[in-house]
Ligand binder design. Structure first.
Ligand SMILES: O=C(O)c1ccccc1NCC(=O)[C@H](O)[C@H](O)COP(=O)(O)O
Length: 215
């Protein structure tokens, strides 16, 4: 399981306390309420490094300069939403989790277009050696919204790990796993406080989610 959007040492501590496989930290994306500086990210990475939890830098269309800073900070993986530039791919030395964001649509014709675009993106990413995993997520990352899990049932993801993200929580994760059978489930909003003014992860929700995944 992957818990995303860690913003503090306390958040990292919760992953170590309850167990997770990956911890995600949003960097170089000030539009996100979870964005932290690379200096703050390094502190989180250093805490995760005391465990087996892999540190993932979560990015949107990163530049080569940003990639170098991410690699210097000691991240184990880079998760890339948006565009993956050729220069970034060539300069990269850590495994990539390629995110594919699936837009919402109620119009059946458009749904076919969206699924075809997703298929193309997945096929393209599967051919890239440095891509270790493909993360299927809702249209707006970190929004706490789900997408139609049935729409991706026919995707063939082989040799790469399948990460499922988007609006997961302790109440729906069992159904999501049954439908999609991902290798890794990914959560962010679902383990945060109801009160948006409180930053960070809610310990009781982290515990409930991890229990729901493990049982
Ligand atoms: O979390 C963000 O704010 C974010 C911003 C920009 C790119 C990615 C971002 N998060 C990526 C994640 O891996 C989230 O865990 C994933 O989108 C699921 O989020 P949620 O629906 O809130 O569980």
């Amino acid at each position: 399981m992957k818990i995303c959007g860690l913003t503090s040492e306390a958040d990292a501590g919760l992953l170590i306390k309850y167990g997770a496989d990956y911890g995600g930290v949003v960097v170089f994306y000030p539009k996100s309420k979870r964005d932290v500086t690379i200096k703050e990210a390094k502190i989180i990475v250093d805490i995760l490094k005391k465990s087996d939890i892999k540190a993932v830098a979560v990015t949107v269309s990163p530049t080569v300069e940003q990639l170098y800073k991410i690699q210097e900070a000691g991240f184990d993986y880079i998760q890339i939403h948006g565009t993956l530039e050729k220069a970034v791919y060539e300069a990269d030395t850590i495994p990539i989790i390629r995110a594919v964001n699936i837009s919402d649509n109620n119009n059946a014709d458009k749904t076919d277009d969206i699924i075809n675009t997703v298929k193309e993106q997945v096929e393209k990413s599967q051919k890239l050696d440095k891509v270790a995993g493909i993360l299927l997520d809702a249209g707006v990352p970190g929004s706490g919204k789900t997408f139609d899990w049935n729409s991706i049932k026919e995707l063939e993801i082989t040799e790469k790990k399948l990460f499922l993200a988007g609006g997961l929580n302790s109440g729906n994760v069992a159904a999501a796993v049954k439908c999609v059978q991902p290798d890794v489930v990914d959560i962010s909003s679902g383990v945060e406080y109801e009160d948006v003014l409180i930053k960070g992860k809610d310990e009781s929700k982290v515990k409930a989610f991890i229990n729901a995944v493990n049982n």
